[in-house]
Design a protein around this ligand. Structure first.
Ligand SMILES: [Zn+2]
Length: 428
């Protein structure tokens, strides 16, 4: 493999430095490094980050290849600056056996755009009744350490307790989709002023908060680790903050769309804004930003949820829930967190690379940008301004809420173990 010299990049937003990649690793970081025998990328003015890691991606393969595949989803991930994604288990068949998780893992390896770490289902068929083969999935070639019934809540407290006890043996984590099912029957959007005016079924904040409260207490009781998926309300933030202050081993994620969009968007009746959990109020959005800034919320995760045109381009009540997010996540974080002064680029690296890799126990990602480390890197032109055009997406689906919206920043290069997956903003 050849040498690549990234010249004059602001590493994690700091001082300009040169980074020399030799083969699969970072050989040297410094100033005025020799370019001898190396391809040179002039990165003056750009920010160099560790390759991003997404703890919450829906790749849809197997079973819904009309919306996304491991190939198209990982190409979208690379375009967005990611070098690793965790693939959610709600596929068809469900990823509840060693066979399915190994299949997804191998497809990621074969395609080579980013590493795919499968998430295993907590319960058989996501039905919430019987624990899946957590041990067998962990022992498999995929080495599963994160388990989730995402899309559905593990609502039975006894099942949740058993799952937390089980994964504790090998340092695993249960990632909970916090949604009390009885409180959200028929729910179409956030319960509040807007839902009352529009006459749409309301999704109360307490449906999320009550499960988070229960699960942090269960995690404390059994001494295990719990991760809260796509936290979306100000009240959820308060519960996680309390749990952390008490020493409970809880981590939490927020999606880019919950950092930017509110339930006011639903007035358009455009199903592109229909998502689970629903878009909340301005007050919630501001609380989520503050919590991400102060570390109460550990990471940003995309909940990239591709859907084909026919599942989204229909009336609100019939539409599927979810949005694509891999290709716009960093731009939304730049706008909502960096350009508001809440977070610097080192903070972005922590929340979009270091911490998600740590939570998912992915050893070779989320590593420092220093000599001897794997060359998983993302180069960002932060001065770029552009309008989002989903026609240019690598994802197979187009259900983005940002079409026609100006967002800052552009990933110009992504490197996976020293190999460029994105060059000058285009897939390699
Ligand atoms: Zn979910």
């Amino acid at each position: 493999m050849s040498k690549i010299l990234i010249r004059g990049a602001q590493v994690l937003g700091g001082e300009a430095q040169d980074v020399l990649i030799d083969g699969e690793t970072i050989a040297e970081v410094g100033t005025n490094l020799s370019a001898e025998g190396a391809e040179v990328i002039d990165a003056a003015g750009r920010v160099l980050l560790p390759g991003l890691v997404d703890l919450h991606t829906h790749l849809r393969e197997p079973g819904r290849e009309d919306s996304e595949t491991v190939l198209t989803g990982t190409r979208a991930a690379a375009s967005g600056g990611y070098t690793a994604v965790f693939a959610m288990a709600n596929t068809f068949p469900v990823a509840d056996t060693a066979g399915v998780v190994e299949q997804v893992y191998r497809l990621g390896q074969e395609h080579g755009y980013c590493d795919v770490q499968p998430i295993g289902a907590v319960t058989v068929g996501l039905e919430g009744k019987q624990l899946a083969e957590l041990g067998a999935m962990h022992e498999s070639a995929a080495g599963v350490k994160v388990f989730s019934d995402d899309g559905k809540c593990v609502h039975d407290a006894v099942i949740m307790r058993r799952a937390l006890e089980y994964v504790k043996a090998f340092g695993g984590v249960v990632a909970q989709h916090a949604q009390e099912p009885r409180l959200t029957e028929g729910a179409q959007m956030n319960e509040g002023v807007v839902s009352a005016e529009l006459g749409l079924g309301g999704w109360p904040a307490v449906a999320e908060e009550s499960i988070i409260a229960r699960d942090v207490l269960l995690a404390e009781h059994v001494g295990s680790r719990v991760h809260i998926c796509h936290l979306s309300t100000a009240g959820s933030v308060e519960i996680v903050r309390w749990a952390k202050s008490r020493g409970i081993d809880v981590t939490a994620e927020v999606t880019p769309h919950h950092l930017l969009l509110t339930d006011e968007m639903v007035r358009s009746y455009n199903p592109v804004y229909k998502v689970n959990p629903p878009l909340r109020t301005e007050r919630d959005v501001m609380a989520l930003r503050e919590a991400l800034a102060d570390g109460t919320i550990d990471i940003v995760a995309t909940d990239h949820a591709p859907h084909p045109h026919e599942d989204k381009d229909c009336e609100w009540a019939a539409a599927a829930m979810g949005m694509v997010g891999l290709e716009t996540a960093l731009a939304v974080v730049q706008q909502t967190m960096v350009e508001t002064g809440l977070l610097d680029w080192a903070g972005v690296a922590e929340r979009m690379s270091f911490a998600p890799a740590r939570i998912g126990r992915l050893d070779n990602h989320g590593r420092p940008v220093s000599a001897g480390e794997p060359a998983n890197l993302t180069l960002v032109d932060t001065s770029y301004r552009g309008v989002v055009d989903p026609a240019h997406f690598a994802s197979r689906s187009r259900n983005t809420p940002y079409e026609g919206r100006e967002l800052p920043g552009r990933v110009t290069h992504t490197f996976l173990r020293g190999r460029a997956t994105v060059v000058d903003g285009k897939l390699a």
